[in-house]
Write a protein that binds this ligand. Structure first.
Ligand code: SF4
Length: 297
C-alpha cells in the first residue's frame, strides 16, 4: 500500500500520473485564499530519501506509469541534492518515464536558479505549475502571495532559460469587487510579460479554513458575481499576448470552460466571452452545484 497523507491535490492534467508524495503540505502556507494544507496532519515536512525510495519501489510493483507528479503544494522547495536523488531513483526504476512535474512557488524557482533547474531538467523535470494568481501587486500583497509581479516575470525567465515548461495559474475573483478590473488588467499584462507555455484560469471559491473566509464573513472581502468573473476573463484574454501557448479555463471552479491556443484562437475566444456578457447568457455556464464539487486545485 502506498503511504499517502490525505487529501492530495493535483492539477487536472495530471490525472494519469503517479503521484509521488515526496513532501507533505506547503512550506509557505500563508496565501489567504488557500485552505488546501491547513489540517494538523498536513504540517509541512519532506520525506526522508529512504522513505521516498520505498514508495517508488512499491509504485513500480503495483502500477504501470510513464508520468510522475511530485507533490505536495510546492515540491520544488525540496533541497536540490534530495530532489536530484529522487529523480535519479525514478529514472533508474522507471525506464519508460516520460515526464516529471510538480507545483512550485515563484520563490522556489528564484532560489533554485537556472543552473540547478537545468540539472533537474536533465533528470526529467518537464514542467512546473505555479500559482501567480494575479498581476496586481496590491492584490498580491493583500492575499499574502509572497511574490510580486516582477518576481513572477523573473521566475518565468529562469524557467525558460533552464528549459522547463511553465504552467501558470491565475484566479478570477481574487481582487474582490473593489480591485476586479485592476486585477484582470494587470494579470493580462503579467501573462504577456511572463509568456508561459500554459495558462490555467481558476475561479475563487471561498472555503472554510482559508483566512479569506473570515474576511468574507465579516464583509471585508466581496466576491465578484459570475458575470463579473467572466468580465475579468475577457480583460485577461484581451491583454494576454502569448508567443505560443495554451489558455485553459476548464478547471471545475470556472463558470465558463475554455480551451484555446494563443495567439491563433484568441479572437474566437473573445467573441464567445463577449456574446455571453452581452446577453447574460447562462446556458453556456456551469451550474453552481457542479462548480461546488470539492475541486482539485
Ligand atoms: S496557494 Fe500554494 S503557495 Fe499558497 S498556501 Fe496554498 S499551496 Fe501554499
Amino acid at each position: 500500500m502506498i503511504d499517502y497523507t490525505l487529501p492530495i491535490f493535483r492539477p487536472p492534467s495530471e490525472a494519469k500520473s503517479f503521484i509521488l508524495q515526496a513532501s507533505i503540505g506547503c512550506s509557505y502556507n500563508k496565501c489567504t485564499y488557500c485552505a488546501m494544507y491547513r489540517r494538523e496532519n498536513q504540517k509541512f515536512r519532506i520525506r526522508p530519501i529512504e522513505e521516498i525510495k520505498t514508495i517508488i519501489d512499491e509504485a513500480v510493483k503495483r502500477y504501470e506509469f510513464k508520468r510522475v507528479f511530485i507533490s505536495d503544494g510546492n515540491a520544488l522547495v525540496i533541497p536540490q541534492d534530495r530532489l536530484v536523488r529522487v529523480l535519479e531513483y525514478l529514472n533508474q526504476k522507471c525506464p519508460n518515464l516520460e515526464r516529471v512535474t510538480m507545483y512550485a512557488n515563484v520563490g522556489d524557482v528564484l532560489r533554485k536558479g537556472v543552473e540547478n533547474l537545468k540539472i533537474l531538467r536533465e533528470l526529467g523535470l518537464h514542467m512546473v505549475y505555479i500559482g501567480f494568481e494575479s498581476g496586481d501587486d496590491v492584490v498580491l500583497k493583500r492575499i499574502k502571495k509572497g511574490a510580486s509581479y516582477r518576481e513572477a516575470v523573473e521566475a518565468s525567465r529562469i524557467l525558460k532559460e533552464a528549459g522547463i515548461k511553465n504552467s501558470v495559474m491565475v484566479l478570477l475573483g481574487i481582487g474582490g469587487k473593489d480591485r476586479s478590473l485592476e486585477h484582470a488588467l494587470k494579470t493580462g499584462h503579467l501573462l504577456t510579460d511572463a509568456d508561459p507555455d500554459y495558462v490555467g484560469v481558476l475561479s475563487l471559491q471561498i472555503r472554510p479554513g482559508a483566512p479569506i473566509y473570515q474576511e468574507w464573513i465579516e464583509g471585508k472581502f466581496e466576491l465578484p458575481d459570475k458575470f463579473q468573473m467572466i468580465k475579468e476573463l475577457e480583460i485577461i484574454v484581451e491583454n494576454t499576448h502569448l508567443t505560443n501557448g495554451f489558455f485553459f479555463s476548464n478547471h471545475i471552479s470556472n463558470y465558463l470552460p475554455l480551451k484555446a491556443r494563443f495567439p491563433e484562437d484568441k479572437e474566437k475566444v473573445l467573441e464567445e466571452i463577449r456574446k455571453i456578457l452581452k446577453y447574460r447568457d447562462e446556458s453556456r455556464l456551469r451550474p453552481e452545484f457542479y462548480r461546488d464539487v470539492v475541486n482539485q486545485y
